[in-house]
Design a protein around this ligand. Structure first.
Ligand code: NAD
Ligand code: AHE
Ligand code: ZN
Length: 368
């Protein structure tokens, strides 16, 4: 079949809209009509050329929601008409990682996924007979996609696609980092570096679990209004504060219990670690830094009890946790609508990248 898709031909160049060929789902695979997709900073990062796994030509996008329209042989857990969110972190429930119960990083298809291929080492996308690569196993910048069954979370049918697509990455990453990775307790002091599509969700997760001081840090002062509405109690602009670490330590009487880096800047990662409390502070890296980047601090920071950690997809087990997060949204426990600042057509997708780059959007969502 044919599908309309935004194709990334090479790093640093705008996407172009093409009629791409899409092969039928093979065994264990599912054909999904994508109804809506968010644009995440990670799509921008890969398009920039800084991602060592950024291969071209490819169809980017990993924050979608849609409907099952066909299933390949052997698919048991999904049927036509099911509403789904594609998962860049699948959940096979059989690999060593899934069975460990210690991580959400299912490795069943990670190797082929990182090379832009389906598990049988081929692509389902092509144009003029030449293959076009998948991206993060999802490629939600295509109206139709083929995805392994283990990489689809089945969600309730009354959830609006143009909102819950954001649960496919940003919402789950931010809230999950608080709830699943850090397990922030009520009364904790926290600091959130970067108040974009991820950081604002860290803030609402922290408010949801009853954190006390929620300190937001961003160089864009316009982010403070939305952050306050989501639960931020204090705002610091690094351009107006001499020493951000000292400011946070003073504000909290010794440092925060948890900090979250939601930018992808290794200098800020160091500040995020060093503003945590001696003896027990934990700093969670969420931001993705470019190939070759390294983090550093005095080992004394760790000797004296601070812990450096990371979180991918908020530590969420996609098929298990994503339907629950959709329920939280439908029950009014979390907010998504105000964060979706722009709704675009597929033809306008490059504007979505420009809005993000200019700091004018929180999330742009493309509706097919
Ligand atoms: P975004 O562009 O929406 O937000 C980034 C925010 O950081 C902006 O508000 C910007 O003003 C602020 N910022 C930039 N430089 C700063 C600085 N020096 N000091 C303070 N604030 C600064 O991006 P996003 O979609 O929220 O993504 C944030 C990061 O998280 C990216 O690196 C993205 O790739 C990564 N990410 C990781 C995961 C994961 O699973 N680990 C998932 C999604 C996104
Ligand atoms: N290919 C990139 C990896 C970037 C990365 O860390 N991705 C996150 C998700 S970001 C979503 O917006 C992730 O899940 N990482 C775990 C994994 O297995 O990729 C690079 O920099 O190499
Ligand atoms: Zn993302």
């Amino acid at each position: 079949m044919k599908t309309r898709a935004a194709v990334a031909w090479q790093a640093g160049h705008p996407l172009t809209i093409e009629e791409v060929d899409l092969a039928a789902p093979k065994a264990g695979e599912v054909l999904v009509e994508v109804k809506a997709t968010g644009i995440c900073h990670t799509d921008y990062y890969t398009l920039s050329g800084a991602d060592p796994e950024g291969l071209f030509p490819a169809i980017l996008g990993h924050e979608g929601a849609g409907v099952v329209v066909d299933t390949g042989p052997g698919v048991k857990s999904l049927q036509l008409g099911d509403h789904v969110i594609p998962l860049y972190t699948p959940e096979c429930r059989e690999c060593k990682f899934c069975l460990s119960r210690k991580t959400n990083l299912c490795q069943a298809i990670r190797s082929t996924q990182g090379r832009g291929l389906m598990p049988d080492e081929t692509s389902r996308f092509s144009l003029d007979g030449k293959p076009i690569l998948h991206y993060m196993g999802t490629s939600t910048f295509s109206n139709y996609i083929v995805v392994p069954e283990i990489a689809l979370a089945k969600i309730r049918k009354d959830a609006p696609f143009d909102k819950v697509c954001y649960i496919g990455c940003g919402v789950t990453t931010g809230i999950g980092a608080v709830v699943f990775t850090a397990k922030v307790e009520a009364g904790a002091h926290i600091a959130v570096f970067g108040l974009g599509g991820i950081g604002l969700n860290v803030i609402q997760g922290a408010k949801m679990v009853g954190a006390d001081k929620i300190i937001g840090i961003d160089i864009n002062p316009e982010r403070a209004t939305m952050a306050r509405e989501f639960g931020m109690t204090h705002f610091l602009n690094p351009n107006e504060v001499d020493n951000i670490v000292d400011a946070i330590v003073q504000l909290t009487g010794g440092g925060v219990d948890f900090s979250f880096e939601c930018i992808g800047n290794t200098q800020i990662m160091r500040q995020a670690l060093e503003c945590t409390h001696k003896g027990w502070g934990r700093s969670i890296i969420i931001g993705v830094a470019e190939a070759g980047a390294e983090i550093s601090t005095r080992p004394f920071q760790l000797v004296t009890g601070r812990k450096w950690e990371g979180s991918a997809f908020g530590g969420a087990r996609g098929r298990t946790d994503v339907p629950k997060i959709v329920d939280w949204y439908m029950e009014g426990k979390i907010k998504i609508d105000p964060l979706i600042t722009h709704t675009l057509k597929l033809e306008e997708i490059n504007e979505g990248f420009q809005l993000m780059k200019a700091g004018k959007s929180i999330r742009s969502v493309v509706v097919y």
